[in-house]
Design a protein around this ligand. Structure first.
Ligand code: 6PG
Length: 482
């Protein structure tokens, strides 16, 4: 019997996805460029399964049923192109190549188009959930050539995580690079969630002087509230973890954050599309700032900086902090969905935001109860432009607002950097302002560069120029926006 699907790349994600597919009754053919890894896998965790090995791409292709489905679980970038180049001549029309890596979506756009010319269908799919998700149920976000979806759907939906209602956390996202775009935004939101949690930890530790046991207990308790999520749960675990000397391991971890680029791409896309994705962008910059360790150590002596203990009732401060975290998180997701909406319009992807929330409800790194509420919000109003105007989220924001302001003010007063929590609040204040000071900014642009302005008492699209100094002349520059 021929194989149902081939997987190339036997690093941990590839191996675990294969084992997951095998558990669900699919016959998988496994290949790796370094073929010794095929032997190791077959003799190791794939022993006594229906998984078979292939030692060359020809053998892989030969062992698969038509239409062939071949999933690449290899490093994003040129490695994917190289495998596509080698595979394409071996495949028949109607065969399918799937890229399951963290690919930048313009690459997926290009590959879908190039392969379609050869009669081959390409799917670019986000896969989230780390090692454990891949093994027992990831969130899967496929997009690309829609013709290929029916053939891949039974496998992907079988191996994906399921919600409490047994709905698979996997559905067709949209044409071309839509799946990889949505995975990129998922990762951007992941950056934002992680930074928000880290800011709360900083406030608790240095502002409130909490012990690790107290912080562990606090995050555990928060996990039983609206903040219930994988990232809050693992944070409690991490804070409670002691090293061989019985000390909190996290204290001994160097405070410089790494990044593989997906958060940065999210920020770049937001700038390109003109979306104020402030929170995620701040979270990327926070990683950049953390990486300047040597400079920070040197600068730490400049102003005799020290964080003095915050006075008052700790329990009350902690509840205020929880509310600030929750409200900031709503803003982060609101901005992320704004970005997807703009990208969907721009690329004609016709994204279904309720479905995106459903795909993220389980399996992935940002999985949370909260995403169930986001799904409801978009099911109630698929055109929702701002998550904070949905009744459920609006009520939370209203309820949290004063605590959130208190936390933001206190953090600034005591010198605790909380860029994401404070910028989220500033965003909300800006977004809910019918009038901002951009009138002055427009006047400045017109003053020094004759860039023109619109007037509050004239129809939109009518532009004016003022000769502000009497010496500037009446000629306006052309008016355009990028
Ligand atoms: C996931 C993760 C995964 C990746 C992290 C790491 O959804 O399972 O997002 O794709 O391991 O995003 O990213 P950074 O190295 O950029 O933090």
């Amino acid at each position: 019997m021929k194989g149902d699907i081939g997987v190339i790349g036997l690093a941990v994600m590839g191996q675990n996805l294969i084992l997951n597919m095998n558990d669900h009754g699919f016959k998988v053919v496994a290949h790796n460029r370094t073929t010794a890894k095929v032997d190791d896998f077959l003799a190791g965790s794939a022993k006594n399964t229906h998984i078979v090995g292939a030692y060359s791409l020809e053998e892989l292709v030969e062992k698969l049923a038509s239409p062939r489905k071949i999933m690449l679980m290899v490093r994003a970038g040129s490695v994917v192109d190289s495998f596509i180049e080698q595979l394409a001549p071996l495949l028949d029309k109607g065969d399918i190549i799937i890229d399951g890596g963290n690919t930048n979506y313009p690459d997926t756009n290009r590959r879908v188009t190039d392969l379609r010319e050869k009669g081959i269908y390409f799917i670019g799919s986000g896969v989230s959930g780390g090692e454990e998700g891949a093994r027992f149920g990831p969130s899967i976000m496929p997009g690309g050539a829609p013709e290929a979806w029916e053939a891949v759907k039974p496998i992907f939906q079988a191996i994906a995580a399921k919600t409490d209602n047994n709905e698979p956390c996997c559905d067709w996202v949209g044409n071309n690079g839509a799946g990889h775009f949505v995975k990129m935004v998922h990762n951007g939101i992941e950056y934002g969630d992680m930074q928000l949690i880290s800011e709360a930890y900083h406030f608790m530790k240095d502002g409130l002087g909490l012990s690790y046991d107290e912080m562990q207990a606090t995050f555990s308790a928060w996990n039983n509230t609206e903040l219930n999520s994988y990232l809050v749960e693992i944070t409690a675990d991490i804070l409670g973890y002691k090293d061989e000397e019985g000390q909190p391991l996290v204290e001994n971890i160097l405070d410089t954050a790494g990044q593989k680029g997906t958060g940065k791409w999210t920020g770049i896309n937001a700038l390109d599309l003109g979306i104020p994705l402030t929170l995620i962008s701040e979270s990327v910059f926070s990683r950049c700032l953390s990486a300047l360790k040597d400079q920070r150590v040197e600068a730490s002596t400049l102003f005799n900086k020290s964080i003095s203990q915050i006075e008052g009732n700790k329990t009350e401060w902690l509840e205020a902090l929880r509310q600030a975290l929750l409200a900031s998180k709503i803003i982060s997701y609101a901005q992320g969905f704004m970005l997807m909406r703009e990208a969907s319009n721009e690329n004609n992807w016709d994204l279904n935001y309720g479905n995106v929330a459903l795909m993220w409800r389980g399996g992935c790194i940002i999985r949370s109860a909260f995403l169930g509420n986001i799904r409801d919000a978009f099911d109630n109003n698929p055109e929702l432009a701002f998550l904070g105007s949905d009744p459920y989220f609006k009520a939370i924001l209203e309820n949290c607002l004063s605590a959130w302001r208190k936390i933001a003010a206190k953090s600034i007063e005591h010198g605790i950097p909380m860029p994401c929590m404070t910028s989220a609040l500033t965003f909300l204040d800006g977004y809910t302002s019918a009038r901002l000071p951009a009138n002055l900014l427009q006047a400045q642009r017109d003053y020094f560069g004759a860039h023109t302005y619109e007037r509050v008492d004239s129809p939109r699209g009518k532009f004016f120029h003022t000769n502000w100094t009497g010496t500037g002349g009446d000629t306006a520059s052309t008016t355009y926006d990028v």
